[in-house]
Design a protein around this ligand. Structure first.
Ligand SMILES: [Zn+2]
Length: 303
């Protein structure tokens, strides 16, 4: 009985100490009452440093362009994006064998010739429509599974219904795919430290499994994520004196409305990552909402 009481008291003290952690509190204040999930963790262990709106962090939504990290990983491993090869973005991608108008890049006049890293940094849609089409759904699915993204509770990666939907899967858009912020944080940890995919937890178990990919492969993704913050779509996540790297996503609601979800996944410091941050804004954009908030999370982090 006394032992049970002591254990209960210890549990309360533990819960209180978590609740009082200044970084956790700062993250809670940043999200406020908005439908925003924040997952911050140590990439070497998976140990959570902050977790805001945990239920939302485990709900699956179309990931948008953060999924380009998976497409890029598969493409590099398949030899589709060797160093030195450029992709040409003319502002749209004509899906081979598909009817209908070309799928647009968000930059109507095109990004021109871009290497994989720049395509990631600028989040060029045309490059990743093309890579998704060439890789095919089974290869994308197998890579997403290895990244720990599916199967996951609530998450899905279904066979796209046609060639256009496959191209859209390459950029993480459409009904074929839904992922969670929690699993994306575990995936980005592997990219950050050349390690295995981690399971975010306050008291993580020992790491299991091999590194996600070869170091030289993950280095290509890291270069793209750094480019995104320095000169691309994740600029609002930049913090003076701290090298942040990341990837944004802005995905369309599946209800047919004009609203969008906003995503950011990234880490810092770029040269020796010690904090991974995933932000999901149920309503918002990757650039304006999620990246900007991630920048505030990195600022609040007691380095
Ligand atoms: Zn483009």
């Amino acid at each position: 009985m006394i032992r049970a009481l002591l254990l209960a008291a210890a549990g309360l003290v533990l819960a209180a100490s978590v609740a009082r952690d200044p970084f956790q509190l700062a993250c809670e204040r940043l999200a406020g009452t908005r439908a925003i999930a924040i997952v911050a963790l140590d990439p070497a262990t998976g140990r959570l440093r902050a977790l805001v709106h945990p239920q939302l962090a485990q709900e699956a939504y179309p990931p948008g362009s953060v999924f380009k990290l998976v497409t890029a990983l598969a493409a590099v491993e398949e030899g589709l994006a060797p160093a030195g090869r450029d992709f040409l973005c003319t502002g749209a991608y004509k899906v081979p064998g598909a009817k209908g108008p070309p799928l647009p890049c968000y930059k109507a006049d095109g990004h021109g010739h871009v290497a994989l890293e720049e395509a990631l940094g600028l989040s060029c849609n045309a490059t990743f429509y093309a890579l998704g089409s060439r890789l095919g759904a089974p290869r994308l699915r197998a890579t997403a599974e290895r990244c720990g993204l599916v199967p996951a509770p609530g998450a899905w990666l279904k066979a796209p219904r046609d060639a256009r939907a496959l191209a859209q899967l390459g950029i993480g858009e459409g009904p074929a795919i839904g992922l969670t912020a929690e699993r994306l944080a575990g995936f980005v940890a592997a990219i950050a430290v050349n390690g295995p995919v981690v399971t975010p937890a306050w008291e993580p178990g020992p790491l299991t499994g091999p590194p996600l990919a070869k170091p030289e492969v993950l280095a290509r993704l890291r270069a793209g994520m750094r480019a995104a913050v320095v000169r691309g779509t994740a600029k609002p996540a930049a913090v003076p004196g701290l090298a942040v790297a990341g990837k944004t996503g802005t995905s369309t609601y599946l209800d047919g409305s004009n609203r969008t979800h906003g995503w950011f996944v990234g880490y810092a410091p770029a040269e020796r990552p010690r904090l991974v941050v995933a932000v999901f804004a149920k309503e918002g954009t990757g650039f304006g909402t999620a990246s900007a908030l991630a920048g505030q999370v990195f600022r609040a982090w007691p380095r």
